[in-house]
Design a protein around this ligand. Structure first.
Ligand SMILES: [Cu+2]
Length: 213
């Protein structure tokens, strides 16, 4: 060790001690802030901000075509609850089950079901053209609005609902891999809750009743 390095050692130790001190103080302040935020009635502003950042909104605009060939957008459903499912008509299992559950839930609501718009959006527009779509969702409930569109329109709708879909293979009678979630959207179009295959029609109806007038 040279004499110059020895001279530097003492100030360096002092700087290090100072740095540790600053880090410790900052950490304590941050922890105090977080704790005071957490004990704030209603959850705390910081926690709310973190939650908002972690969960971007589900849903948004779509511009599609129904089974009669009429253009339809999300905007026309304002004032109603939207019960939305993305699937495809050739689906052997998940889609028929989900659509039947939705229909059964609506049936349990009786006349109040008119406040709910059940919507089926295909993620297989290549096969689910307007004429093909006609009659499919109606089998489950005649109130179903079945929607298709150009591949880009369908992809855009699926994207805002964060629905994953992909061709499972390249056979002529291919299957689609897709997320299978029933979304309940509010009268303002905002996300309220979602249902999975674990949800029974009774549970779905109970959840819907909370938002009925
Ligand atoms: Cu399916």
């Amino acid at each position: 060790m040279t004499s110059i390095e020895q001279k530097d050692a003492a100030p360096r130790r002092a700087r290090l001690a100072w740095l540790i001190w600053i880090v410790a103080i900052s950490g304590a302040l941050a922890l105090g802030w977080l704790i005071s935020d957490l004990v704030t009635p209603g959850g705390g502003a910081l926690l709310g901000r973190v939650r908002t950042m972690a969960v971007p909104p589900i849903g948004g605009p779509f511009s599609l075509v129904d089974a009669t060939g009429t253009p339809r957008t999300d905007a026309e459903f304002r004032g109603k609850l939207m019960l939305i499912y993305f699937g495809y008509t050739h689906c052997p299992d998940a889609c028929p089950t989900a659509l039947q559950d939705m229909a059964d839930a609506l049936a349990k609501l009786g006349p109040a079901a008119e406040q709910v718009a059940p919507i089926f959006i295909t993620i297989d527009p290549a096969r689910d053209t307007v004429p093909y779509l006609k009659g499919y969702a109606e089998q489950f409930d005649p109130r179903f609005v079945a929607l298709t569109g150009a591949p880009e329109q369908v992809a855009a709708a699926a994207k805002v609902y964060r629905v994953y879909f992909r061709k499972a293979n390249n056979q002529p009678d291919y299957l689609m891999d897709h997320s299978s979630i029933v979304y309940l959207m509010g009268r303002d179009g905002g996300f309220l809750t979602h249902f999975t295959h674990e949800t029974t029609p009774e549970q779905m109806a109970d959840a819907l009743r909370k938002y009925l007038r």
